[in-house]
Design a protein around this ligand. Structure first.
Ligand code: FAD
Length: 386
């Protein structure tokens, strides 16, 4: 497949590049470049700058603040954001919930929520997984009992990324305990300031607080916050998960981290020699670069060929698996290059080298979220066996 951009795409890439160069606050770029995760305020600040330009929700219709970008332009935008590096548009709002509301929500829900999602006036998190219900999501047990014009929610979610930053959660809840497991689930929007909600931190292996447990104890939710039909929440969930595919391979992230690895090797000495002078390292960097290029071509081929997506949905599993492997390999290389200094903890606004070894540890989680590697391999095996 020819991956040279046409003149219109090249012009769009230049436009994005110069927008980012002019508008991305230097402190945010420096923090991300050093390997720190973005702070909440970084994501909010940058998303609002993007939203002014219509690029916070690049694929949404213009009436909700989107830019109606096609798949190729959307990929170019994402790659440039990774390359900068800049925070990406908040995934739960933009990639997950927004399209679900447009497809299944009421006009009132769309009018109220979509502009706020685009501008990050409301931060949503995703309340799907529960203890014992991750890969087998349809076994979830958090229940919502209808009482008049409200639902009363009881149960627990886990691994809820950024719940401690969030204003709302979109959650899958069981509304019919007697139905077949996929058929008794509903999709609810829950205000996290509602009485009866407790959020507890889970500190991960990188020493950071990204994840949470969320408990619901007789939480009252207006029935108007149901998205789609009662007991048809599984349709919303399937649609939502199929929308995650654009970013699934994380090509831009791999490339940005590899550039950082090369730069680190160019300024780090061991026994008087710059690390980059090692022929072995140069071969390793070249091999990773070639792997990223191959993944990039595969990603573009898949995303720009609608028939391939329909006829071979298992292809997405290859992108997820290979993307994760590369991401982990590059993070491992960065940790190796940094040596003991990669373990140093530094404040998030210290723009010297960030916590590269903790970041490597956390990158192990990429083979779990968004569908575990074993489950992806199952999907591939089944698609081959037929
Ligand atoms: C960093 C991180 C962030 C997350 N963020 C969120 C979030 O914001 N919101 C949310 O709802 N969830 C989130 N999750 C949860 C995530 O979706 C689940 O962890 C994931 O679906 C796996 O489920 P589980 O943890 O219950 O493990 P399990 O499904 O119990 O899996 C345990 C092991 O068994 C294997 N296994 C399971 N089923 C099969 C099978 N059929 N065939 C072969 N092997 C199998 C798995 O691969 C795994 O190795 C996050 C997870 C992580 C690690």
């Amino acid at each position: 497949m020819d991956l040279e951009f046409g003149p219109a795409q090249k012009a769009f890439q230049d436009e994005v590049r110069s927008f980012i160069a002019q508008r991305l606050p230097v402190d945010i770029r420096e923090r991300l470049k050093a390997g720190h995760p973005p702070r909440k305020q970084d994501v909010v600040t940058w998303q609002r700058i993007l939203n002014d330009r219509g690029w916070a929700a690049p694929h949404w219709p213009a009436r909700y603040g989107g830019a109606e970008l096609g798949q190729a332009e959307r990929l170019i935008l994402m790659d440039e954001l990774y390359r900068a590096p800049a925070p990406l548009p908040q995934v739960f709002n933009i990639t997950m919930l927004g399209p679900v509301l447009m497809k299944f929500g009421t006009p009132e829900q769309c009018e109220y929520f979509l502009p706020k999602l685009a501008n990050l006036d409301i931060w949503f998190c995703q309340g799907f997984s529960e203890p014992g219900s991750g890969s087998d999501l349809a076994s979830l047990r958090t229940n919502a009992r209808r009482e008049g014009d409200q639902y009363v929610v009881n149960g627990q979610k886990i691994w809820t990324t950024t719940a401690h930053w969030a204003d709302w959660v979109f959650a899958l809840v069981r509304t019919d305990p007697d139905a077949r497991k996929q058929e008794g689930i509903s999709f609810l929007l829950i205000d996290l300031t509602s009485p009866g909600i407790t959020i507890r931190p889970i500190v991960s292996i990188d020493g950071e607080h990204h994840l949470n447990e969320v408990f619901f104890d007789d939480v009252r939710v207006p029935a108007a916050n149901l998205v789609g039909q009662e007991n048809r929440g599984w349709d919303c969930a399937k649609f939502l998960l199929s929308n995650e595919r654009t970013g699934i391979a994380n090509v831009g992230l791999c490339r940005e981290r590899l550039v950082h690895a090369r730069e680190l090797a160019e300024r780090t000495r061991e026994a008087g020699e710059l690390l980059i002078e090692s022929p072995r390292l140069q071969v390793e960097l070249a091999a990773l670069d070639a792997e990223i290029r191959a993944l990039e071509i595969t990603n573009w081929r898949y995303l720009l060929t609608p028939s391939l997506q329909q006829e071979q949905p298992a292809f997405a599993s290859i992108l997820k698996l290979k993307g994760v492997e590369l991401q982990q390999e590059i993070n491992a290389l960065l940790a190796r290059l940094a040596g003991p200094s990669g373990l140093e903890r530094r404040p998030a606004d210290d723009v010297a080298q960030g916590p590269l070894t903790p970041r490597y540890f956390y990158s192990r989680a990429a083979s779990i979220y968004g569908g575990t590697s074993e489950v992806q391999k199952d999907i591939l095996a089944r698609s081959i066996v037929g």
